[in-house]
Write a protein that binds this ligand. Structure first.
Ligand code: G6P
Ligand code: ZN
Length: 582
């Protein structure tokens, strides 16, 4: 059973400790582990893999080796979603960082900080980066997943060039440095000083949410949002249901929604006590894994908006009354189209927009109408970050339930909900009305994604290779495929590659695309965030200018059938149904 890592209501005493204890580092001989290659978003494996002797130590040392000369004297943020093994990992990080001459670690109380809040802290405190302990939306607990990723000094996930080096170091590691006797209590707020090898080493345990909440208050108009939720004048209260899925956002949701916006702790929020196994659920905000929230909204039509987040708080799902589903690609487009009601954008202006390649192109139409630049990047938030640093990108998102802006360098679940609430407050319309008004103006990019989880790795790869071969031979272009009452003719097919407009780095093989003449698209990718086996993702999109009120699954059925036929997915994997449809 799960144990709580943090009771967010606990009152905290601030203690400053100076340990006069003289500590010494030692060098431990080790040998490399296979497969310490960071994926879309850091290294993710089963907990028991991270528990193997030296496994976590090797990886942390490899991160510091990659930081190289910058390690000495560095200040780093450490925090994560509080999943099982976080406490042990924090301990290892403290001991290895101290031995490697890191000057200071800033650690969230009990090791908990959401991913967006880590990114914010790195930026606010100008640290050299941060280590995030999370496997994001993957299940947690001793039988499930753990993960470690590094974010650089801009607050962004480390780019490929950096993670490639971590991997290289991990393959040839021979030793790591550690201070085995360093014990540090991360449950109490305050500064603790140690003397290690004659140098001073500091650990500051901070409140997990303070800096982040302050940032949200600068971005959004909290008094207005409070008015929306409490009701003002002739407007009745806007009834929300925010679901933290037993994960780290609970701490932030209590502060922001309950304490500041005065939502009811009993009826407006749920599952806000973070658990180290997320209460045995899959903390992923989509229609499958956040079904409890969907059901609550269907049962109780007085709810005007529902929202859920993933384990580490960077993903979000937005639902309207009766669980009206806003697909993430549409959510991005609506937010991009309505930035004038958010103080942050009034102050900083609106630069360009961006989406990941598999994300439906709804935001492209907004960019065109507002005369803004639009970027299409590979899957992975890191690809947005150079554009933000260069001042060319304000708001971006991914079909995988990620939305965010240049206020930080990660996607941000709570930010997305506050953005939607700001729009609702401003327009005085419901989620569904706002969505339908958007489609009436821009047309609708119908979108669905089929996931086939835990497929056989070899067979999945064979399927992708086979399809890629046919794409490369050129045989698909010009070919027609019959749908229900439409024929789809292939206009272009390729394996997506991307050249970063800022540093010109190139990312190749980012997903197989088949584009049809009417603008419909099929995309095939292998997930880069799984911890075992392979997950095949099939993305299907089709644009309708007028016919915008259909059920997405019905509308896309013919194209889904074409996708399964072209890819021979059933033949290769033996699967006749996806595990998740979003
Ligand atoms: C994480 C990343 C996202 C990415 C998503 C899906 O959430 O931060 O940028 O879109 O995973 O990645 P995958 O490789 O599993 O499709
Ligand atoms: Zn996440």
């Amino acid at each position: 059973h799960s144990l709580r890592l943090q009771d967010s209501r606990r009152t905290i005493t601030h203690v400053d400790k100076v340990r006069k204890m003289v500590l010494k580092s030692t060098v431990v001989q080790t040998t490399p582990f296979e497969g310490q290659k960071p994926g879309t978003s850091g290294l993710r494996k089963k907990v028991k893999v991270f528990m193997e002797k030296n496994y976590t130590e090797n990886f942390i040392q490899s991160i510091l080796n990659t930081l190289g000369a910058k390690t000495k004297g560095a200040t780093l943020v450490v925090g994560g979603d509080g999943r099982y093994f976080s406490t042990q990992a924090v301990k290892i990080i403290i001991r290895i960082a101290a031995a490697n001459e890191v000057k200071k670690l800033i650690i969230g109380q009990l090791g908990n900080i959401s991913t967006p809040a880590v990114s914010a802290l790195i930026r606010t405190l100008h640290t050299s980066g941060g280590i995030i302990l999370t496997a994001s939306h993957n299940p947690g607990g001793i039988r499930h997943d753990f993960g470690i990723k590094f974010n650089i000094e801009s607050g962004a996930p480390a780019p490929d060039s950096f993670t490639d080096q971590i991997y290289e170091h991990s393959k040839k590691i021979k030793e790591y440095k550690i201070v085995p006797d360093l014990d540090c209590d991360v449950s109490v707020l305050g500064l603790q000083k140690f003397e290690v090898d004659g140098r001073s080493f500091e650990v500051e345990v901070i409140d997990s949410s303070e800096n982040y909440v302050k940032l949200m208050k600068e971005i959004f108009d909290f008094p207005k949002l409070k008015g929306l939720i409490r009701g003002t004048g002739d407007r009745k209260p806007f009834n929300i249901l925010i679901d933290s899925m037993n994960a780290v956002t609970g701490v932030y949701v209590r502060k922001i929604f309950v304490e500041d916006l005065e939502a009811s702790p009993d009826t407006n929020v749920r599952r806000i006590i973070p658990l180290d196994n997320f209460g045995e659920i899959h903390p992923d905000p989509n229609l499958t894994y956040a079904k409890e929230l969907v059901d609550k909204l269907k049962e109780n039509p007085t709810y005007d908006l529902g929202a859920a987040f993933d384990g580490d708080g960077d993903r979000n799902m937005i639902l309207g009354k009766n669980a009206f589903f806003v697909t993430p690609s549409d959510s991005l487009a609506v937010i991009a189209n309505n930035l004038e009601c958010i103080p942050y954008f009034k102050k900083h202006g609106v630069k360009g927009f961006a989406r990941s390649m598999p994300t439906a192109a709804a935001v492209d139409r907004v960019a065109k109408a507002l005369n803004k630049e639009l970027f299409e990047v590979p899957t992975g938030w890191k690809y947005f970050c150079n554009l933000m640093d260069a001042g060319r990108l304000s708001v971006c998102g991914e079909e995988s339930f990620g939305t965010g802006s240049d206020h930080i360098r990660e996607k941000d679940g709570i930010w997305a909900v506050l953005a939607w609430l700001s729009i609702i407050e401003h327009k005085k319309k419901s989620v569904e009305e706002i969505m339908k008004e958007h489609w009436a103006k821009y047309g609708r990019n119908y979108f669905t994604r089929y996931d086939y989880e835990e497929c056989d790795g070899e067979k999945s790869k064979a399927m992708m290779d086979d399809l890629e071969k046919r794409i490369n031979s050129g045989e698909l272009v010009g070919k027609s495929f019959d749908g229900a009452n439409k024929t789809y003719k292939v206009k272009l097919a390729d394996n997506f590659s991307y050249t970063d407009p800022i540093d010109h780095s190139k990312a190749t093989k980012q997903g197989l695309r088949i584009l049809f003449e009417d603008g419909s698209r099929l995309v095939f990718r292998l997930s880069g965030t799984g911890s075992s086996g392979a997950t095949i993702r099939v993305y299907v999109e089709s644009y309708e200018e007028k016919d915008t009120d259909k059920d997405a699954q019905e509308q896309l059925k013919p194209l889904v059938t074409i996708a399964l036929n072209i890819s021979k997915l059933q033949t290769y994997t033996g699967r006749d149904a996806p595990t998740v449809i979003t």
